[in-house]
Design a protein around this ligand. Sequence first.
Ligand code: HEM
Ligand SMILES: [Cu+2]
Length: 557
Amino acid sequence: MNARATAVPNTHPPARMHLFVAFLTVLIGALCGLLQAFVRAGWIVLPNWLSYYAVLTVHGVLLALVSTTYFIFAYLLAGNGATLGDLSRGQKRLVVAGFWIMNVGVVLAAAMILSGNASVLYTFYLPLQAHPLFYIGLALFVVGTWAVSAGLLAQYFAWKKAHPNARTPLFAFLSTVTLFLWWIASLGVAATVLFQMIPLSLGWVRGVNVELSRTLFWYFGHPLVYFWLLPTYMVWYVNLPKLIGGKLFSDTLARFAFLLFLVFSFPVGVHHQLTEPGIQDGWKFLHVILTFMVAVPSLMTAFNVFASFELTALEKGQRGPFGWMRSLPWSDVRFLAPFIGMLFFIPGGIGGLINASYQMNAMVHNTLFVVGHFHITVGTPVMLTFFGLSYWLIPHLTGRTLTPWAMRLGLVQTAFWASGMLLMSTAQHALGLMGAPRRTDFTTYQNHPAAERWFDTPIANYATMAIGGALLFVGAMLMIGLAVYLAFFAPKNAANPDTRTAFPLADAADPHPQPAFLENWRLWLTLTAVLIFIAYTIPLIDIASHGAPLVRGLRTW
Ligand code: HEM
Ligand SMILES: [Cu+2]
């Protein structure tokens, strides 16, 4: 073997399998998105056997819940392999078993949605009642993620035991925080699925406490967005500085920001329930205040990432306030795609502050504004980062190479996604401010004048949304085509088949050992638990003891 050859860790095969499913779900999810945008513009009418709400449920479930999770596990597996090495036999078994359990869960849930038995949207709020197999599928999916996470966490703790004096590589540290966050978050959704939804759908109980279920859902739902964002930030911290030929500004700051995300992601879920009666406003106030705390690690991240760009520019001899711009590799899709994602995150974050503000929330609640918001958060910063990542991760995992023409097509793909999202999300934000609701099939509300404006205003127009949606769809298809090419057809490195694209790991500019308390998991997990306890105990007791009468399940479709 060549001296420069990178040993292939045994995390590669499961990482490849996860990536495969991720792209498959993007394919179906994007098709649904296109249909939704066209239906709402009045351009197409779905056949009778296909309900708008089934399509919308597939879209939300597959893109937001499923594809993200598979992308994340693929990335974490590959990165843990690159920094910690092989999984033990037992760990690998857990990971592979988890992958298949997740798949069974996804197939069950998808089959129920597509057969019209689970048009409950991706939030599956009670009292909407789906077929029991939908909930069983969800439960299996979550259990599968627990197994994969357990394998990865076990790998980390085994590594730590074997290297008592070494400091954990940055990637593995950040990956561990992410997995802890997922574990703690998923307990909430598991609780409502197992103890409320499955018993209700099987007819074991006559009614359920809806407010309790929603609160458990959002206890999970907010940290869920951090489960998407943390791996995205990992790409920005660990991989991007290397790809641009520089260093991460501060390793310590990155670790600390992640710990703050862990702590502050949980006691904030009620900011999704500001319009709900049944939760006292004092608690809503507390959750809103804590929500604004999450801005702190977010700004720390923005600072750290842009400081890394600046540092790289200085090292390359670029000076002046815009020197960093001249030093970045604009024609490298592996950099450009995540970078555009970052740009979208600026209005995305501002929109988040609007949603979280008590009074402004009342204006935008349940309108298309919210849909615009999550397409420029999870739909762009997260997705474009995963897409950009694929251009090197797939070659890394398959031993093939990113050819120059694939790189160029990748830039085109990124341009389609970015311009499509710009159009679609701008239209959605504006339509929302004009009162257009989210989650509705085509309707003109009996030609109500307010609704007619949604079809004939510039920009704030369903047609703009649909044109954006079409561009996005092209972007998604190009991405999938390129992923297939990179996985199966791109040339192997002919000169030296043993050398594969490395997993790019940046050095940090602050090499001194960081404070030991950063790796004191007991401390951080306790702090997380204490904040959860403070934020949720009394509201949950209130909801359980003064709740509205139990409600029977409903099938509205
Ligand atoms: C081809 C690209 C996409 C198109 C054309 C598209 C289009 C749409 C449209 C028009 C809606 C609004 C439907 C309504 O409220 O009636 C929607 C909802 C949604 N989209 Fe997308 N989208 C795309 C990609 C994505 C991605 C990549 C994600 C997340 C990773 C995503 C997540 C969601 C979610 C969670 C909803 C809300 C579902 C619900 O309200 O239950 N979309 N999308
Ligand atoms: Cu939230």
